[in-house]
Design a binder for this molecule. Structure first.
Ligand SMILES: O=C(O)[C@@H](CO)OP(=O)(O)O
Ligand SMILES: [Mn+2]
Ligand SMILES: [Mn+2]
Length: 558
């Protein structure tokens, strides 16, 4: 796009009026799947969402929310919040972190860039530490990328390598961490055969150690810091496979919440604290759950917890996690450049915006929605409200989460007349779905449905429009299935609970008293995905979308 002819001004929509209040509701982790007992959305009492589906067939449809439709490498990649909200907000499909890292590894460019050359300066004297999520989930990181990184670094001079692993069980089956650690141990032992001193140094479950997000609970990051940097943890083991196996024996233990552990040598000393002169790479490509650690590793001024000792290191992220904060300063692969998002356009065209969720999803409906950009575009026209999440609990304990509070904030924003767009994320289906607790997930889905009702009632009152959709599936399928779709049993004959997202499409519904007569979903965009939603919403605000946006899902018939 030539800069001289660029304009933020959007053309008027030829048929649709401006000035309607539009509620944009994103149900997190709410996909569409066949009804059975493992479909919590089906089991739950969800009269509002049911009425949208069954009410007006031309105002309800499914859209794709996984794989290439959201910029992921393959159709086997489930959707996730980052890529889903990016697509919803940006209206175009950008190659996402997973794919960018794959390409950089395949071409070898990752090892030629500034970031790698920077950490390489420590290879001669120091240790290379790799910290991140160990699984093949592909949401935050991927094991095969870690393997290639290990290989590449060792071939380029890293002599001493330490891995600080976070077990998953959220993007992959619970219990699968043992297999991932075994695979990694094999690779490390091959490196040792080649004379490289490579070992796992510490670990812990992703939700309890390191991978908090949006500053919900710094204690999580501190537990990781203590193990990774200081070499201190409540549990000490001689090897990581044993560590994971032993810690999983605790009642109620699961991969997501394993306590922190360190690996020690025969004298009981931890094998891999991070010290002056070392290099550190956080190998997650996804930002939200690495930003807090990146701050702890990089910021001189830092008071979120007592770091005790702050080693002088050369640190690089797999990607830069926050473009506004330039955090971290060094990174191995450049992140996708998501510019000209719908939020930015709409603000330039006079659309006053309110966005709200609770802490655990607040960045989704703001930062991710705005193309991984922190803060508002124009504070005089936008208000972003964060409802504090519960912290220190798993969400099956409080499955209603803050759905009601979010809905009430949205309702008040709608009724205030101060906003043209009121956007929320309702986290329940996703956050509770990830716990694998089916009963709690049913309660979660009902709570989200009630929240939708509260918002739709407010839209009814002001003569507005609603757009209800989701970012990817989760709660609609809670069991691992075989190829024919039947629940898959483990060796002991038990069903295998699916804690992860899914490959399912998600619903989108439009309606409300402000929706002009004749507006309906087109039938000629059958493979429409989340990226088509931005143009749709722009139309409903009375504008045409920019020409490079994915096409709108709606048409106006006379
Ligand atoms: O919790 C998370 O980090 C991911 C799953 O790994 O979920 P979501 O993409 O919905 O945020
Ligand atoms: Mn999500
Ligand atoms: Mn999720």
């Amino acid at each position: 796009m030539g800069s001289s002819d660029f304009s933020w001004k959007l053309p008027d929509h030829p048929k649709l009026p401006k000035g309607k209040t539009i509620a944009v509701i994103v149900l997190d982790g709410w996909g569409e799947a066949s009804p059975d007992q493992y479909n919590c959305i089906h089991v739950a009492d969800t009269p509002t969402m049911d009425s949208l589906k069954n009410g007006a067939p031309e105002k309800w449809r499914l859209v794709r929310a996984h794989g290439t439709a959201v910029g992921l490498p393959t159709e086997d990649d489930m959707g996730n919040s980052e890529v889903g909200h990016n697509a919803l907000g940006a209206g175009r499909i950008f190659a996402q972190g997973a794919k960018l890292v794959d390409s950089a590894l395949a071409s070898g460019k990752i090892f030629e860039g500034e970031g790698f050359n920077y950490i390489k300066e420590s290879f001669e004297q120091g240790t290379l530490h790799l910290i991140g999520l160990l699984s093949d989930g592909g949401v935050h990181s991927r094991l095969d990328q870690v393997q290639l990184l290990l290989k590449g670094a060792s071939e380029r001079g890293a002599k001493r390598i330490r891995l600080h692993i976070l077990t998953d069980g959220r993007d992959v089956l619970d219990g699968s961490s043992i297999g991932f650690v075994e695979t990694l141990e094999n690779d490390l032992s091959e490196l040792r055969n080649k004379g490289i001193d490579a070992q796992i140094a510490s670990g812990g479950g992703r939700m309890y150690v390191t991978m908090d997000r949006y500053e919900n609970d710094w204690g999580v990051v501190k537990r990781g810091w203590d193990a990774q940097v200081l070499g201190e943890a409540p549990y000490k083991f001689r090897n990581a496979v044993e560590a994971v196996k032993e810690l999983r024996k605790e009642p109620k233990a699961n991969d997501q919440y394993l306590p922190p552990f360190v690996i020690v040598d025969e004298s009981g000393k931890s094998v891999g604290p991070i010290v002056d002169g070392d290099a550190v790479v956080t190998f997650n490509f996804r930002a939200d759950r690495m930003t807090m650690l990146a701050k702890a590793l990089e910021y001189e001024d830092f008071d979120n917890f007592d770091r005790v000792r702050v080693p002088k290191i050369k640190y690089a992220g797999m990607l830069q996690y926050d473009g506004e904060l330039k955090l971290p300063t060094r990174y191995l692969v450049s992140p996708p450049e998501i510019e000209r998002t719908s939020g930015e356009y709409l603000v330039h065209n006079g659309v006053r915006t309110f966005a709200c969720s609770e802490t655990v999803k607040f960045g989704h409906v703001t930062f991710f929605w705005n193309g991984n950009r922190s803060g508002c575009f124009n504070p005089s026209m936008e208000e972003y409200v964060e409802v504090p999440s519960d912290s220190g609990i798993t969400f099956n304990v409080q499955p209603k989460m803050k759905a009601l509070e979010i809905a009430e904030k949205a309702r008040d924003a709608i009724l205030s007349g101060k906003f043209d767009q009121v956007r929320v994320n309702l986290p329940n289906g996703d956050m509770v779905g990830h716990t694998g607790d089916i009963e709690a997930t049913v309660v979660a889905c009902k709570a989200a449905d009630e929240a939708v009702k509260t918002i739709l009632d407010a839209i009814e009152k002001v003569g507005g429009i609603y757009v209800v959709t989701a970012d990817h599936g989760n709660a609609e399928d809670m069991v691992k299935r075989n190829k024919s779709g039947a629940p898959q049993l483990d060796k002991s004959g038990n069903i295998q609970i699916l804690t992860s997202h899914t490959l399912q499409p998600v619903p989108i519904a439009i309606g409300g008293p402000g929706l002009a007569p004749g507006v309906r979903f087109r039938t000629d965009v059958p493979s429409g995905g989340l990226a088509n939603v931005a143009a749709t919403v722009m139309n409903l605000h009375g504008f045409e979308a920019p020409s490079d946006y994915e096409t709108t899902l709606i048409e106006v018939v006379n």
